[in-house]
Write a protein that binds this ligand. Structure first.
Ligand code: NAD
Length: 429
């Protein structure tokens, strides 16, 4: 099939690359001209494992193209996915101007039947607005369909997730739209759930809110573990072995961050509010997450007494491993707080160091973990990058100013580090 993806970001590029890998001809469109120029020169603007190879392969096979023209996408392709960003406006509501903008540009160029698919995470009823926007802006009164096909991939394993999803959700209101999407997804082996458009839209916000709830739940249990001497890792294992609960997303830590969970939770609270429902549960989920971040700062100040003038080394800046995405990363929030206290900060991250250095000009950017540890009063672990797993802690102990490790992701075994002479503080253990 001939398809286009509008918005060549973390979701759009992966979706485009994967659909082309499945044998379709794909045009990825973005209004960021620099990004398109880079992509045309084979420079991939984001880090996602396997993406560079997949894009290069499919460009070479002439199945994957890049463009800054929505007109080209509408003229040449039968299915148009909208995968632009829907960031938070700051008041909890998502900014949907990108969606409206793309819908009206599609409408202005629409001359034959096209299926327009929402891939971005959008509030329930956005499909109605997209339809209305296209009708108002289309001069030719062309027949078209709108569908919702929310994306559940995770950054860091996005290609695998796209190709092996737990489920594919397709929200449609015509047989024609349903059959096009079923044909497109036919090579992917996964349960397909066909719904109306509003239900599909709601599934995405409800799923992310549930995941955030699981994280805040286990973080709340971690607080009780800290106060009672129980071990959250064992407790989570014991809870997660119950198949009705499941072990995923029961890892206590510094809280959830990233481009999706915080904004989608906020959006869902505001969607519910507009619909006349006060979603108190989610408000508490958010509050627990805020407290969890603060508890990391408290662990640092409780362990170091006076923060002013101390050196803290931070390992990991991204919100999770295997990505260069720093949107809503808790590491960055912690850096902001520590800077206010007059702390000197050294950091290392395998993929995001330069991005963070652009934001915080006065932190020291290191190029390997031991340089971070050297002369630090505290080593703070914020992202579970694989390369941190095999650190030589005997060496780290020798080069730190004081042997203090605060493990915001419970990456390491407390007993092992304590036996090496560290003061080790994890989360909930
Ligand atoms: P992103 O910021 O990485 O990418 C969005 C892209 O859209 C950018 O390249 C931007 O330049 C482009 N864009 C914005 N307005 C445009 C316009 N008017 N015309 C053309 N291009 C435009 O965002 P993302 O992380 O890929 O997320 C996209 C959507 O997918 C969001 O709604 C997000 O919530 C959802 N989502 C994200 C993930 C994830 O893990 N990142 C997972 C599932 C769903």
């Amino acid at each position: 099939m001939k398809i286009s993806i509008i918005g060549a970001g973390y979701v759009g590029l992966v979706t485009g690359a994967c659909f082309s890998e499945l044998g379709n001809t794909v045009i990825c469109v973005d209004n960021d001209l620099k990004k398109i120029r880079k992509l045309k020169k084979n420079i991939i603007p984001i880090y996602e494992p396997g993406l560079e190879e997949l894009i290069r392969k499919n460009v070479k096979k002439k199945r994957l193209y890049f463009s800054s023209s929505i007109k080209e996408a509408v003229d040449k392709t039968e299915v148009i996915f909208i995968a632009v960003g829907t960031p938070s406006l700051g008041n909890g509501e998502p900014d949907l101007t990108g969606i409206e903008n793309v819908a009206s540009q599609i409408a202005k160029n629409l001359k034959n039947y096209r299926l327009i698919v929402e891939k971005s995470t959008v509030p329930v009823e956005t499909g109605e607005w997209v339809k209305r926007t296209i009708k108002i802006n289309n001069k030719y009164n062309v027949d078209f369909d709108v569908a919702s096909n929310p994306e559940f991939l995770r950054e860091g394993s996005a290609i695998y997730d796209f190709m092996h999803p737990d489920r594919i959700v397709i929200g449609v209101e015509s047989e024609r739209a349903k059959n096009i999407l079923l044909k497109l997804y036919q090579p992917i082996k996964a349960p397909i759930l066909i719904t109306d458009i509003k239900s599909a839209e709601l599934i995405k916000h409800a799923s992310n809110s549930f995941l955030a709830t699981k994280i805040s739940f286990i973080n709340a249990i971690a607080q009780i573990c800290e106060k009672t001497g129980a071990d959250i890792v064992k407790v989570a294992e014991g809870i997660g072995l119950d198949r009705r609960i499941g072990k995923d997303f029961l890892k206590a830590g510094a809280g959830y961050g990233g481009a999706c969970l915080p904004k989608d939770l906020d959006a869902f609270i505001s969607i519910a509010e507009k619909a006349g429902y006060n979603f108190e549960l989610l408000k508490v989920v958010k509050k627990i997450n805020e407290e969890q971040k603060k508890s990391i700062i408290k662990k640092i100040s409780d362990s170091l007494w006076i923060l002013k003038g101390k050196t803290i080394g931070i390992l990991g800046l991204t919100f999770k491993p295997n990505t260069d995405d720093i949107r809503n990363s808790i590491s960055l929030e912690i850096i902001t707080e520590l800077k206010k206290e007059g702390v000197y900060i050294k950091t290392y991250d395998p993929k995001a160091g330069f991005k963070v250095k652009k934001i915080f000009k006065d932190i020291k950017l290191c190029f390997e973990p031991y340089a971070v540890a050297k002369n630090s009063d505290c080593l703070l672990i914020m992202t579970e990058w694989e390369e941190f797993k095999n650190l030589n802690f005997s060496k780290i102990k020798k080069i730190m100013k004081q042997p203090l490790i605060i493990d915001g992701r419970n990456m390491f075994e407390p007993e092992k580090l304590k036996s090496l002479g560290f003061r080790y503080i994890g989360v909930g253990r």
